[in-house]
Design a protein around this ligand. Sequence first.
Ligand SMILES: Cc1cc2nc3c(=O)[nH]c(=O)nc-3n(C[C@H](O)[C@H](O)[C@H](O)COP(=O)(O)OP(=O)(O)OC[C@H]3O[C@@H](n4cnc5c(N)ncnc54)[C@H](O)[C@@H]3O)c2cc1C
Ligand SMILES: *[C@@H]1O[C@H](CO)[C@@H](O)[C@H](O)[C@H]1NC(C)=O
Ligand SMILES: *[C@@H]1O[C@H](CO)[C@@H](O)[C@H](O)[C@H]1NC(C)=O
Ligand SMILES: *[C@@H]1O[C@H](CO)[C@@H](O)[C@H](O)[C@H]1NC(C)=O
Ligand SMILES: *[C@@H]1O[C@H](CO)[C@@H](O)[C@H](O)[C@H]1NC(C)=O
Ligand SMILES: *[C@@H]1O[C@H](CO)[C@@H](O)[C@H](O)[C@H]1NC(C)=O
Ligand SMILES: *[C@@H]1O[C@H](CO)[C@@H](O)[C@H](O)[C@H]1NC(C)=O
Ligand SMILES: *[C@@H]1O[C@H](CO)[C@@H](O)[C@H](O)[C@H]1NC(C)=O
Ligand SMILES: *[C@@H]1O[C@H](CO)[C@@H](O)[C@H](O)[C@H]1NC(C)=O
Ligand SMILES: *[C@@H]1O[C@H](CO)[C@@H](O)[C@H](O)[C@H]1NC(C)=O
Ligand SMILES: *[C@@H]1O[C@H](CO)[C@@H](O)[C@H](O)[C@H]1NC(C)=O
Ligand SMILES: *[C@@H]1O[C@H](CO)[C@@H](O)[C@H](O)[C@H]1NC(C)=O
Ligand SMILES: *[C@@H]1O[C@H](CO)[C@@H](O)[C@H](O)[C@H]1NC(C)=O
Length: 650
Amino acid sequence: MDLAALATTLLLCAFIPGIDGLHLSPQNVTDLLLPSYDYIIVGGGVAGLVVANRLSKDPNVTVLVLESGQLDCYPDTVTVPGLVGHGWDATQDWNFTTAPQEFLDNAARRYAQGHGVGGGSIINGLVMTRGAKADYDAWEALGNPGWAWRDMLPYFIKSENFTANVDSDVASALHIHPDMSVHGTSGPLQVAYPNFIYNTSNSFLEGLSELGVPLLDDPNAGVSAGAFLSPSSMSAWNQSRSSSRTAYLDSVLNRPNMHLASGQTVTRILIESGEGSGGIAVPPFGHIRRIQGVEFTSSSSSPRRKVTCDREVVLAAGAILSPVLLQISGIGPTAVLDGLNVSVHIDLPGVGQNFQDHAMLTAFYNYTTPGLFSSANLTGATLEEARNEYFNNRTGPWTAPLVSTVAFPSLESLTANWSSILDSVSATPPKKYLPSGPGQHPTVVQGYERQRQLILRFLGRTDVGALEIMADSVGTLTVGIHHPFSRGTVRAISADLLSGGSVARNVLLNPRYCAQPEDCEVLLAGLLFNGRILNTCPMRPLAAQPPPPWNATSGQFGNTEAESILLGAIRRGLTTEFHPAGTTSMLPFDLGGVVSPELRVYGTANLRVVDAGIIPLLPAAHVQAAVYAIAEKAADIIKQENSHQHWGDE
Ligand SMILES: Cc1cc2nc3c(=O)[nH]c(=O)nc-3n(C[C@H](O)[C@H](O)[C@H](O)COP(=O)(O)OP(=O)(O)OC[C@H]3O[C@@H](n4cnc5c(N)ncnc54)[C@H](O)[C@@H]3O)c2cc1C
Ligand SMILES: *[C@@H]1O[C@H](CO)[C@@H](O)[C@H](O)[C@H]1NC(C)=O
Ligand SMILES: *[C@@H]1O[C@H](CO)[C@@H](O)[C@H](O)[C@H]1NC(C)=O
Ligand SMILES: *[C@@H]1O[C@H](CO)[C@@H](O)[C@H](O)[C@H]1NC(C)=O
Ligand SMILES: *[C@@H]1O[C@H](CO)[C@@H](O)[C@H](O)[C@H]1NC(C)=O
Ligand SMILES: *[C@@H]1O[C@H](CO)[C@@H](O)[C@H](O)[C@H]1NC(C)=O
Ligand SMILES: *[C@@H]1O[C@H](CO)[C@@H](O)[C@H](O)[C@H]1NC(C)=O
Ligand SMILES: *[C@@H]1O[C@H](CO)[C@@H](O)[C@H](O)[C@H]1NC(C)=O
Ligand SMILES: *[C@@H]1O[C@H](CO)[C@@H](O)[C@H](O)[C@H]1NC(C)=O
Ligand SMILES: *[C@@H]1O[C@H](CO)[C@@H](O)[C@H](O)[C@H]1NC(C)=O
Ligand SMILES: *[C@@H]1O[C@H](CO)[C@@H](O)[C@H](O)[C@H]1NC(C)=O
Ligand SMILES: *[C@@H]1O[C@H](CO)[C@@H](O)[C@H](O)[C@H]1NC(C)=O
Ligand SMILES: *[C@@H]1O[C@H](CO)[C@@H](O)[C@H](O)[C@H]1NC(C)=O
């Protein structure tokens, strides 16, 4: 790598105004792009920017990040926690659409995913939860040594700067008692509490406590079944969003050895024809392929460029587009690749399979007690006041994200019927509810069966959540299925990602929500449980007045009419909680795996996947904390595996 030439480039950059000195826009990429980099990272989202930051710390290696979306200029819709959930710039969302959901109402769902430097972390809800110790110990039990809770904890810690910025009276009222031994205070991602907390938070927590759901001192210390005020990915100091962009990129954009090219969509991974060495061979090919680099372009009508990697390509395009890129590059299930007319380089049945997501449903209970202050009161003069207070003082309601009070009840604490639900799943042959067609490869079925046994065990435990309940200040309680049995698929529809000018149209994603019907039963138990929450002493003063169909919740448990009304509401309203995972699973090859515990794609010498797609089994939690930790760990693995080599002087 010619670092001298790169340094000249960088000297020039210093004189160009703006923070983005090493930012290559489509206008200047032609002049500035090097012909090759040591590492090429595909996707500048949560995981991609973590890996870019850690690898480029070594001034002797060169790193290129190719991100399809733009580097934004910190619009309020991104930075202000109080504006979370009020919509984002359409260019920051891939705007996928799912296949019609045949186990629900046959309608398709919109499926938002982050599109821009920072990925999901520029549009997400800021909730910072890790899930349970058991969730990660399951990853190890599935055949991934080095990925248990004890192995992940150092990386949760490394990634964060956790601040318990709450006064002691607030802390005791809301039960915020963090265990600092499981938190980091010198990591890049700012994690803290908002300066303003709506009064309904307290009512919700006390209501759950009355129903026997434990209030957790610290939800991120290994036990996640319970209720709590969640920390958020935001700065304690200035109360603004902390994203992978602000945390991992802004401070290192002056590194001479890193380039970030925005507005560049990777269209193919380029595979050398000869044999490589160093990976894990997969049958029936039996030899290892080397990755040459990637092909990318700034638009469907612009020329496609190529850039070469001297060491590795790291695929960090997220759980939807990483498997799609693999497939259109010739790595995936043969039947899928044949359908695309793509020649098979590596027959890897798991690519795009094992798609799992948390599915959620927002139920409306409309609190009507006079004088109650909620985010719905932020209109007119009150809104102006909140805005001024935020910008002048960094306090007030605009510091509060849409949702910060949540609960992850265990199945047993939700419903007396819990064991019948589990028996009913156990009685189902595992193949029955898996997608038919190319996904029914025996290795994928085998991997699913192993997961199913673990989920059955989780749902019988009292320290692992089955469901999430998210409370806002206005009167919604959103329920989400957190240990789903259902599995879906992601696949490319065209071998050209930009065909017709729209990436979303070339991707078929099918979460198959409630393919295993008990997932919807668990959600129904959650809606009935909501009715009990509203009836607790702490919640009753809020005077919930649920409009139909949510008023059916006031019916008795076992009231079949109410249950059928609520099941109808579930079928119509169930949609994504934005947590796609599993599509490039870290699992043994014979369990349908795509990457090894080193995150290397089977059958390749120098291609890894580092994003939410490698998660083999979703934790009962929002997933950004896991993705930051996965990427931190991946960076260490990559550095360690490359440390014996001598580079930089060729
Ligand atoms: C609306 C929403 C709300 C959420 N709320 C929360 C929350 O409150 N708490 C939480 O923990 N999690 C939340 N999440 C989930 C969390 O943000 C994701 O789990 C996380 O972003 C996943 O990280 P990733 O690195 O796998 O992918 P991403 O962050 O999605 O990054 C992938 C990046 O790759 C880019 N890319 C894709 N394809 C290409 C290509 N071909 N060429 C170039 N670039 C490409 C994308 O544009 C994107 O920037 C939310 C997500 C969404 C969408
Ligand atoms: C490339 O252009 C972008 C904006 O178009 C600018 O922000 C950036 O500084 C330029 N980079 C260099 C290295 O000149
Ligand atoms: C970078 O490479 C040079 C020459 O190979 C070597 O002398 C130097 O120690 C390396 N620096 C680091 C930080 O690895
Ligand atoms: C998102 O996709 C839907 C469905 O394809 C479409 O109707 C809508 O216009 C799209 N929105 C944007 C902002 O592109
Ligand atoms: C961590 O957060 C505290 C409180 O906002 C701040 O004072 C400190 O500088 C931060 N440290 C890092 C490493 O970001
Ligand atoms: C807030 O502080 C963080 C560092 O904690 C910084 O990255 C970010 O740019 C600041 N945001 C604003 C809006 O000041
Ligand atoms: C498949 O590819 C071959 C050769 O690349 C081409 O001749 C043929 O037309 C393609 N078929 C389809 C359906 O795209
Ligand atoms: C209930 O609240 C929602 C917003 O939270 C609102 O859209 C709806 O109109 C309200 N319904 C009634 C009957 O007030
Ligand atoms: C907030 O709005 C509701 C509904 O309009 C109203 O009943 C309530 O009194 C308002 N709260 C405050 C503090 O003004
Ligand atoms: C919350 O409730 C307390 C008393 O219960 C009251 O003093 C305070 O004004 C309320 N705050 C808001 C923002 O409604
Ligand atoms: C500004 O913030 C401080 C605490 O940081 C608070 O005590 C004060 O009331 C706030 N001032 C205004 C005008 O909101
Ligand atoms: C209990 O669960 C089983 C299995 O899902 C279901 O068939 C049955 O209707 C449930 N019973 C009640 C009372 O909800
Ligand atoms: C729910 O509200 C509708 C319309 O007001 C009413 O017809 C229905 O009886 C209510 N259901 C229950 C269970 O209260």
